[in-house]
Design a protein around this ligand. Structure first.
Ligand code: ADP
Ligand code: ZN
Ligand code: ZN
Length: 803
């Protein structure tokens, strides 16, 4: 028997399956999708069986045997095997990367090099000493001792042998359990023969005899039977108690909220949307729905109902939310409704916890997974529904290899399982809404809030006017007054500081002008070196102006503030306010995010100040005021999605106010109140914004009218980076169709990361049937030639950002 194996080595020309012989004793347990250890070159690596066959086309005498099989039950299902092939093509990655990304980190192999002492004779004392009394030591010991040259010599001479040991990253959690042995006669005789002074032992046996439950952990015994380690050990030695190891799942701790599962009578709009989804579920249709519902319109309630239907019919469901750890309230709602049928997967969990949650899915012990992006690969075998909440979020796109979009994977899986996908959002991505308008997706709309509250009133504050009237604070008079009023009323306030890791543009504080590129309609990016402004789409470059090109003011400078500074100002302006700050600094430790939200929910603070993290998911009844301190940051990102992202963000944050009985109000501070993304945020109407933004996209030839592919080239040496970027660009220009635009090379918006200079080339096209084929050829050139020069080339089909 022969198997085809994809080995854990990412390199060209290894990106194909290799044939291995299956030793006879393993033939009966070999399955597609199982992991194996195989020899590769002079190493031992992990691999995935992707095919089983009788014969190899290769010379049998040259084939090697599988060393061992890791999984008796395959970890990659037949469906996921097919999906990995599709992903390899779709994202231009190695097949091994596509396979690995589907598994929890715990199942990924770590390789350890070990040195075995074979022959002592002839080895110098210093090297021998490293072994001490052992026969095997790690490679690192030689490295640390600076004896690598000797190591090589002894390996060559055969004194030492090098082994690669493959270890699995994560382990199952095992706990010892204790119980009385089955032989009751023995128990009773032993009991009667116990010495008089063995009171504790006697008590424990008698206690166990009266209990219904048969097995206990040590902690339980100590707790309920008031016993101790010593007593238990003594009874084990006498053969009265026995112990056995049991695998347990790690308990994911979550704070208790005082909420119950509410079942609402659905509103007419909710009911209508739900019935359409239910119809698709009944008819096994792989329809993609776009559920467009304003904030608070009850989308989550629809998800819960649709998932319940799937479960009742014996099927499973995947519920994706962006960075779920950030929305503990959401997880709670699912746990309350579906109890232990829910697995939860997000980046806040430890490797071990994720492993446990994954195994619950793999073993079919749960029916729903609520998780972030990678939960889309949940190994369910009978999927009935896939939901992506906040489908416009860029976190659904993986920015690393393999560069997949969870939405694409969802649609692929829905095709496979013949089940519907629901994409939900108050502010859908332009691509999705355009597809819905064309009928590719089926549009479902919720116009009203579920509890019939009105949307909050939004006030746009012109910060230029504030400056003119002498107010230099980051709080406008309007916002400061509103905060004071709410503090008096003991209502809660959310203050939002729009911060992006990368946002360096130059803004005039008098007129709000941001210097933009004439060719591209994109803000120029500020570069400290040489005080330059650069366009990262076309390469245009100019010095930072001393005066505003619009109004000649000298108040033109680099824009940005930190949350800490805002907090200081709040304490100055409102000394009695109790403030909670939520940003990367205050949420570093595990669970801190959840803790801050709980404190705020319990009314322990008046003001929640935070960055993007607080824009979503907050659903607290007492929030009646939302203040956006600076709307402009996202607006001037060097990205064609800047306006879309701003509108989405403003709508999401505003949606935090007045979700329940009390009315909400919102103040958005900006230096560019006339920008359409800000103007439409006032009404929070999506459609007018959509139409305006589509015009802009059409005019400047951006998605969804054109497709984009981003090719980036990096190197530590700036000359080499730019030289090979030019080579790549020229090659693409020569090989792609004439109608395809190949723009660049230009330096990237973030021109250097980790000491590597970054250059890029942008491909814009409406139709380019040969694109993937040509890109694969370019990758081949890169992997065989350029890589030797230290170049790294990355290709992102359909990038979510082009910074
Ligand atoms: P969305 O996900 O669209 O933002 P949610 O599902 O979170 O909206 O609903 C917003 C609020 O309305 C929640 O507090 C929810 O409990 C409540 N809600 C949802 N559906 C109903 C309904 N049919 N009747 C009354 N309240 C509802
Ligand atoms: Zn100006
Ligand atoms: Zn430009």
């Amino acid at each position: 028997m022969i198997v085809e194996v994809i080995v854990d080595v990412s390199a060209y020309p290894i990106d194909r399956p290799f044939d291995y012989i299956v030793p006879e004793k393993l033939e009966t347990i070999i399955e597609r999708g199982s992991r194996v250890h195989v020899p590769f070159g002079n190493r031992k690596v992990l691999g995935f069986i992707t095919n089983i066959k009788e014969h190899s086309d290769l010379d049998m005498s040259k084939l090697k045997e599988i060393i061992s099989i890791i999984d008796v039950e395959p970890v990659i299902t037949e469906e996921l095997l097919q999906l990995s092939k599709w992903m390899t093509n779709k994202t231009l990655c190695y097949e091994i990367d596509a396979l690995q990304v589907m598994l929890p980190a715990a199942l990924r192999a770590t390789y350890k090099k070990e040195i075995r002492l074979v022959e002592r004779d002839g080895v110098d004392i210093e090297s021998l000493a490293l072994f001490g009394s052992k026969e095997i030591v790690s490679y690192e010991i030689f490295e640390k001792a600076g004896l690598l040259r000797q190591l090589k010599k002894y390996l060559d001479q055969g004194n030492f042998q090098l082994d690669t040991v493959i270890k699995q990253h994560g382990k199952m959690k095992i706990i010892a359990q204790y119980r009385l042995v089955e032989n009751m006669e023995l128990v009773h005789t032993q009991l009667s023969e116990l010495p008089k002074n063995a009171i504790k032992q006697k008590e424990l046996i008698e206690w166990l005899l009266t209990q219904k439950q048969s097995t206990y952990t040590m902690a339980e015994l100590k707790d309920s039977a008031q016993t101790n380690n010593h007593t238990v050990k003594a009874l084990i030695e006498k053969g009265i108690l026995e112990t056995k190891n049991k695998e347990i799942y790690r308990e994911i701790s979550s704070l208790e909220y005082n909420d119950k599962d509410h079942r609402f009578k659905l509103t007419d709009e909710q009911q209508e949307a739900l019935s359409k989804i239910n119809d698709a579920q009944n008819n096994n249709e792989h329809t993609t729905f776009l559920l467009h519902g304003i904030t608070g319109s009850g989308k989550t309630e629809i998800y819960l109902n649709a998932i319940e239907k799937s479960i009742n019919e014996g099927k499973e469901a995947i519920m994706l939310v962006p960075e779920i750890s950030l929305t503990p309230q959401m997880t709670r709602r699912f746990k309350l409704r579906f109890h232990d049928q829910v697995a939860v997967m997000h980046s806040g969990l430890s490797v071990g916890e994720k492993f446990d949650e994954w195994r619950k899915i793999w073993r079919g012990e749960v029916k729903v997974v609520v998780g972030a992006r990678s939960a889309i690969f949940a190994p369910f075998k009978n999927l009935g529904l896939i939901i992506l909440d906040e489908e416009h979020e860029s976190t659904y796109k993986q920015e690393d290899i393999p560069r997949y979009h969870a939405r694409d994977v969802a649609i692929w899986r829905s095709n496979f399982h013949q089940c519907p996908v629901v994409l939900g959002s108050a502010t859908p991505s332009l691509e999705s809404y355009a597809r819905a308008s064309k009928g590719v997706y089926s549009l479902l709309t919720l116009h009203m809030r579920a509890k019939e509250q009105s949307l909050p009133v939004v006030n746009i504050v012109d910060m230029r006017a504030e400056l003119k009237s002498g107010n230099r604070s980051m709080f406008s008079i309007d916002l400061a007054d509103a905060v004071r009023e709410k503090l008096e009323k003991k209502e809660q306030i959310v203050l939002f500081l729009n911060k992006r890791g990368f946002s360096s543009f130059v803004l005039c504080r008098d007129c709000g002008t941001v210097v933009e590129c004439d060719n591209c309609d994109i803000s120029l990016t500020y570069h400290r070196e040489g005080e330059q402004l650069k366009c990262h789409y076309c390469g245009h470059q100019e010095p930072v102006p001393k005066q505003c090109p619009e109004c000649s003011s000298e108040h033109i400078r680099f824009f940005g503030t930190g949350t800490q500074k805002v907090e200081e100002e709040i304490t100055k302006l409102f000394p009695y306010a109790r403030v909670l700050r939520m940003d990367v600094d205050t949420t570093r430790t595990k669970g801190s995010h959840e803790r801050i939200l709980k404190q705020f929910g319990d009314g322990e603070a008046d003001i929640l100040l935070g960055t993007q993290m607080i824009a979503k998911g907050l659903d607290f009844p007492n929030i009646t005021l939302v203040g956006v301190l600076n709307a402009d940051t996202t607006l001037h990102l060097a990205d064609f999605r800047a306006a879309e992202k701003t509108f989405q963000l403003m709508t999401q944050v505003s949606g935090r106010a007045g979700r329940h009985d009390k009315e909400g109000q919102v103040h958005i501070q900006t230096y560019t109140p006339e920008h359409y993304a800000i103007e439409y945020s006032k009404s929070q109407l999506y459609e007018p914004f959509y139409h305006k933004e589509m015009q802009v996209r059409k005019q400047f030839e951006y998605p969804p009218f054109y497709y984009l592919t981003l090719v980036q080239v990096t190197h530590e040496n700036v000359m080499l980076a730019s030289e090979y970027a030019k080579l790549a660009t020229d090659w693409l220009r020569a090989n792609l169709s004439a109608s395809t635009m190949v723009i660049g090379p230009t330096s990237s918006a973030i021109s250097k990361i980790q000491n590597r200079y970054r250059y890029q080339c942008l491909i814009k096209y409406k139709k380019e049937p040969i694109l993937v084929e040509k890109l694969q050829q370019l990758i081949k050139i890169y992997r065989t030639e350029w890589i030797k020069k230290g170049i790294i080339l990355t290709i992102d089909l359909d990038p979510s950002t082009i910074l």
